[in-house]
Design a protein. Structure first.
Length: 389
């Protein structure tokens, strides 16, 4: 008799990870001295952790302390420093007791979903969307409810879209700045969604991991300012440039604090101790991090000029984060094949849109511009030559 495979195994793949593998294989196959593969497929800053954060980790290791388990919600000093961050950046009084340090934002989402929703619950989100939202929900037996968005709404959901949902979903996920389009909800738009969710008994999950990486005129706002029932997710991976350290955090509403803590105790125990030490120190590295942001902005501005000249002129506004969402429908209706040819023929790795929008993503490509400036300039030149063939 065949063995059972759990329904969690039905979760779709996160295709960008397959693109990473293909780009690694292509790079390994290139002859010595050949120009390398330019990596625009993954949202990983080209810099490492800020110097002060790395030095704090080194000091902790040299001190010889055990660096064992912390409390499930993390080091108290780190939670207090995150609370101070909300006071300084947003003018919000967030008690440290409502802050949970997590194993990256990726570790926060299953905790939030399990605490807030039941199997079978529908959770709404804009499409295009960050793939693990839907994939984690699917693995947990919940139902992603996709709201098709386009340039008319800046690839963001609206209260009008939510009002049309009948029955109401159990939850709504928003991201501002968002992945893959880099667009933002204006503070008044986020406030309207947060207040609608609270009034309708719908749990809002606000993904704020790209806060700090903003370039346009839209201001950042946290859902914590508008709703006491929202769950806010953030991370040290993007603005703080600490992807591999695996530290994130949540701001939790009072009713989910203990449920999430119980889940965290059982699923993760705690985020890595030494990474938490480094994360706390990262708050004192703002000048270096702002230099990173200035570089991303220069990359963005360069590509917004160069890609239209190369033939890719249907681009998202890119208010924040470090992505351009390119409509390539005039060139292809098969973005996976288009990206495979781009890697094979131009040595540029980018992510096909089907990872972010299952219905319309075949005509979109996501370019990440958080790599070195020289690589972004070279990518623009390569794309121009490749598309001119």
């Amino acid at each position: 008799m065949p063995l059972k495979v759990g329904r969690g195994a039905e979760a779709p793949p996160f295709l960008v990870m397959d693109v990473i593998a293909a780009a690694n294989a292509r790079a390994a196959a290139l002859p010595p001295g050949a120009p390398g593969v330019i990596r625009m497929e993954v949202g990983q800053p080209g810099t490492g952790a800020p110097r002060g954060a790395a030095e704090a980790a080194i000091r902790a290791l040299r001190a010889g302390a055990p660096l064992g388990y912390t409390e499930a919600f993390g080091l108290r000093s780190l939670r207090e420093r995150i609370a101070r961050h909300y006071a300084e950046r947003y003018g919000l009084a967030v008690p440290a007791a409502r802050i949970a340090v997590t194993v990256g934002a990726s570790g926060a989402f299953p905790l939030a979903f399990l605490a807030a929703f039941d199997p079978g619950d529908a959770v709404a989100m804009a499409a295009p969307f960050y793939p693990p939202y839907a994939n984690i929900l699917t693995a947990l037996g919940m139902r992603p409810l996709l709201l098709p968005c386009d340039a008319a709404t800046r690839f963001q959901p609206t209260v009008a879209m939510l009002e049309r949902l009948d029955p109401r979903p159990a939850g709504v996920i928003v991201a501002s700045p968002c992945n893959p389009a880099g667009t933002m909800l204006a503070p008044e738009e986020l406030a309207a969604i947060a207040r609608w969710c609270h009034a309708e008994g719908v749990r809002l999950i606000s993904d704020e991991i790209y806060h700090g990486l903003v370039y346009g005129e839209v201001r950042e706002a946290s859902a914590a300012a508008f709703s006491g029932s929202a769950v806010v997710v953030n991370s040290f991976s993007k603005y703080f440039s600490m992807t591999g350290w695996r530290v994130g955090w949540m701001v939790l509403p009072e009713d989910l604090v203990r449920p999430v803590e119980r889940l965290a105790q059982n699923l993760f125990i705690s985020a890595p101790h030494v990474a938490q030490v480094a994360a706390e120190a990262a708050f004192d590295c703002i000048p270096e991090l702002e230099e990173n942001r200035a570089r991303y902005r220069r990359n963005r501005d360069l590509l917004l000029r160069a890609l239209p000249a190369a033939g890719l002129d249907r681009l998202s506004p890119a208010d924040g984060a470090f992505y351009l969402w390119a409509d390539v429908g005039h060139l292809t209706n098969d973005s996976p094949e288009f990206c495979a040819r781009m890697l094979r023929e131009a040595d540029i790795a980018a992510t096909p849109g089907v990872d972010f929008d299952r219905e319309r993503g075949s005509r979109f490509v996501r370019f990440s511009y958080c790599g070195p400036e020289a690589d972004m300039a070279e990518a623009a030149e390569r794309l121009g030559r490749w598309l001119a063939r």
